[in-house]
Design a binder for this molecule. Structure first.
Ligand code: PPS
Length: 313
């Protein structure tokens, strides 16, 4: 496979520079009824995506924006590097870093999927997409999927700060304006409640493991252990500790200038639970509680989210 030419930090910087010259109403485009950022995604890339030939040993991470995908991406890449070292075959002796594509499946160029198909490495593929928009080979070839979910109030809060901190997304003058957009399906990658309800149909599949941001935050050692077991990566106690340490919020934030360039601080903002309490009004709490009750409560993912614990005012 051709060496990936640009780092994540380079790609982010270029996209921000391009977005600075664009009109607000051109920042997002619609594809199959869902909005996406024009500086990272394109209809051509979406059309090319189905040529990806998924493998049963692929590591797929599915998570709505702002649910902690960079965090889990760090953990999964670390696990794959450990797995590769232990496999000690010709392929794993290649420089894993150099084999990497831009981690998000739906972002990149149209040649990306062909390059990925040629990669001999075990692949980590991150996506914000709905299950129905993923390449069909992911389900056909039984690739394992880690589904990451986060409480909707912190997702909205994180998304609001991100939208105002990055130029590739439309910014909002007030939190109230953002809240209306979040609740009326105007977000890039679609509506979070729809995301939860569509992924809920896959939550019982044996190839899908669900983890919440909050449970990983509470017990990262157990979380990493379970993730490693799900993907068949064996870890010594020392390796487990180092994966947890390298993926801590403090470590990732400290390293973010290197990994994400000058926008690192926006990606690694607070990294906690309950920041929504600083933004939500009583009325907004009621509105989101009602939407959750009507659409997600009682489903497997709804129960897993522990809404009563993390989202009740
Ligand atoms: S993005 O832009 O969609 O890719 O964002 P994503 O990475 O999915 O989510 C960003 C939020 O995850 C927090 N984060 C972390 N929390 C805990 N530990 C670690 N290591 C970590 N890394 C990232 C990040 O700070 C964003 O949440 P907020 O609430 O905005 O801080």
């Amino acid at each position: 496979m051709e060496k990936s030419r640009k780092t994540l930090a380079d790609i982010l910087n270029e996209a921000m520079v391009a977005a600075n010259t664009m009109d607000r109403d051109k920042l997002l485009f619609s594809y199959k009824g869902i909005l996406y950022p024009a500086t990272f995604c394109s209809p051509e890339v979406f059309r090319a995506m189905d040529s990806l030939e998924a493998r049963s040993d692929d590591i797929i991470l599915a998570g709505y924006p702002k649910s902690g995908t960079n965090w889990l991406g760090q953990i999964l890449n670390d696990l794959v590097a450990i797995f590769g070292k232990k496999a000690q075959d010709k392929e794993s002796s290649m420089n894993y870093e150099e084999m990497q594509e831009f981690p998000y499946l739906e972002m990149g160029d149209t040649g990306k999927y062909e390059r990925m198909n040629k990669s001999p490495c075990r692949r980590v593929i991150v996506t914000h997409l709905l299950p129905e928009n993923l390449p069909s080979s992911i389900f056909r070839n039984k690739a394992k999927i880690l589904l990451l979910i986060r409480n909707p109030k912190d997702v909205a809060t994180s998304f609001y700060h991100f939208s105002n901190g990055m130029s590739h997304l439309p910014s909002y003058e007030t939190w109230d304006d953002f809240f209306i957009a979040f609740m009326t399906k105007k977000m890039p990658w679609g509506c979070y409640f729809e995301y939860l309800s569509k992924w809920n149909k896959y939550a019982d599949d044996e190839n899908v493991m669900t983890i919440t941001y909050e449970e990983l935050k509470e017990n990262p050692v157990l979380g990493v252990k379970n993730i490693a077991a799900f993907f068949g990566v064996s870890l010594t106690e020392k390796e487990l500790q180092s994966v947890v340490e390298r993926s801590s919020f403090q470590s990732m934030k400290k390293n973010s200038l290197k990994t994400h360039g000058k926008h690192g601080d926006v990606f690694f903002r607070k990294g906690g639970v309950n920041d929504w309490k600083n933004l939500f009004s009583g009325d907004q709490n009621k509105k989101m509680d009602k939407a959750f009750e009507e659409r997600i409560k009682g489903t497997k993912l709804g129960t897993k989210l522990k809404y009563e614990v993390y989202c009740k005012a």
